[in-house]
Write a protein that binds this ligand. Structure first.
Ligand code: AMP
Ligand code: GLY
Length: 420
């Protein structure tokens, strides 16, 4: 089969790495890919949001299956464009991807189908926001309705936080059209877990558990990022996974289907485990990054068959089996990340890192300049260690990270710490 991966980060490098091991995959393409992916796939210079161009490419090369990494093409309707042309693609339609594309849509869906989530109000201007904040009380969370590159969520614990959030949302208009509608919601306290499933609209296969580390610095300090590391399995109670499936994922998918928005692909639930049970924080319509980098190395089965099954509505009877081992991903981020990323710093040591047993290195923000690998984005590399336990995997990952160098590299030192 000919397979096209859309995207060019470490998540897509992990997808390419796993798919390249499938005996069914004969040719692998990535758009746009990156220098790491180029070792496994033919990279074509098409941006992930160029949905029509991607469909034309897939049609002309007779691609048998397209796998979409990032959310933007899904929210823009890449699945619909491919379906119109009879091309197979693993990912939800535009209507189903609204679960990620609109937080107001998702909040209202949760209310219609009894999915537990934080109480919230929808507001359009500063006055309505101030009134909603007053009625909910502090702490409170303000969220842009639409896609805001992971930045449109502000948690307000003090009056000063509220003032600066109101300025960002309604005076600076920092989130543009994504914040025409804003959710003001109650702040939930508890432990945050991610839960991902693969579904064909009917059958739901839970993926291996994973947790990510969103803050830039050790001990969950510093600004939020796209994710500085991940661990799989995550230390959540098995019963909790069942509760999240039953109380959150099933009713949401069922509700969507009932409203004519059948969901196919990966659904990612960000959940807060409160003293009152698990509550939904957000849905993503795709695989997590960096969670993918720790779950795919643990997958026993052929990923191609699972993704093709989800795309074709043929997941029934299929199983995803996970190795009884752990994986730990440490992200090496560029100088200045997440605010103003510096580019062009030469990277060395990847080959030495790969010599550590069990280690894989997935590239994200990298580029080739005069034949040399340099930094070209915020999250530069995902270094993944594997072992019988999280602590063994963690040791391998950090041994490998020590061999990698680039100026200004930022790394958390506590990924997987304190987990057996
Ligand atoms: P979201 O994009 O909605 O997941 O929000 C990004 C991050 O903000 C989440 O991963 C949580 O850490 C935090 N967050 C979002 N909503 C809430 C909430 N209602 N209570 C507490 N934390 C929240
Ligand atoms: N790791 C969080 C995400 O992929 O959204």
């Amino acid at each position: 089969m000919r397979v096209l991966i859309v995207g060019g980060g470490a998540r897509e490098h992990a997808l390419a790495w796993k798919l390249s091991r499938s005996p069914v995959v004969e040719e692998l393409y990535a758009a746009p890919g990156n220098p790491g992916i180029a070792a496994l796939a033919s990279c074509v210079p098409i941006r992930p949001d160029a949905v029509v161009e991607l469909a034309e490419f897939a049609q002309s090369l007779k691609i048998d299956l397209t796998v979409v990494g990032p959310e933007l093409p899904l929210v823009l309707g890449i699945a619909d464009e491919f379906a119109r042309r009879g091309l197979a693609l693993c990912g939800p339609s535009r209507a189903a991807a609204e679960l990620e594309g609109s937080k107001v849509f998702t909040k209202e869906l949760c209310q219609r189908y009894g999915v537990p989530t934080a109480e919230a109000r929808v507001v359009h201007d500063r006055e309505q926001a101030a009134a909603a904040i007053k009625s909910l009380g502090l702490p409170v969370v303000l969220k842009a309705d639409g896609l805001a590159a992971g930045k449109g969520v502000l948690i307000c614990r003090t009056g000063d936080d509220v003032e600066s959030a109101l300025v960002r949302f309604f005076e600076e208009r920092a989130f543009g059209a994504a914040a025409e509608r804003v959710l003001v919601e109650r702040c939930l306290e508890g432990e945050e877990v991610s839960f991902m499933v693969l579904t064909d609209g009917t059958t739901i296969l839970p993926l291996a558990s994973a947790r990510d580390y969103k803050r830039l610095a050790d001990d969950d300090q510093g600004p939020n990022t796209g994710g500085m590391g991940a661990v799989s399995p995550s230390p959540i109670r098995p019963a909790l996974a069942g509760e999240i499936l039953q109380d959150i994922v099933r009713p949401a998918l069922g509700g969507l289907a009932r409203e004519g928005r059948e969901y196919r692909g990966v659904l990612y639930a960000g959940v807060m485990v409160t003293s009152d049970g698990p509550k939904l924080l957000e849905f993503n319509c795709r695989l997590g990054d960096p969670e993918t980098q720790v779950i795919l190395p643990r997958l026993e089965d052929d990923l191609l068959l699972l993704l093709r099954g989800a795309a074709a509505g043929e997941l029934a009877g299929m199983r995803a089996q996970w190795r009884h081992e752990a994986a730990v991903c440490v992200v090496c981020a560029a100088a200045g990340y997440p605010d103003s990323v510096r580019r062009g710093d030469p990277i060395s040591g990847i080959a030495d890192a790969l010599a550590v047993p069990g280690v894989v290195v997935f590239q994200a923000g990298t580029a080739l300049e005069d034949g040399k690998l340099v930094t070209a984005g915020g999250r530069v590399l995902s270094v993944v260690g594997r072992g019988a336990t999280v602590s063994a995997a963690r040791a391998q990952a950090y041994t490998a990270v020590e061999r990698i160098e680039f100026a200004g590299m930022q790394v958390r030192t506590d990924i997987g710490r304190g987990i057996e």
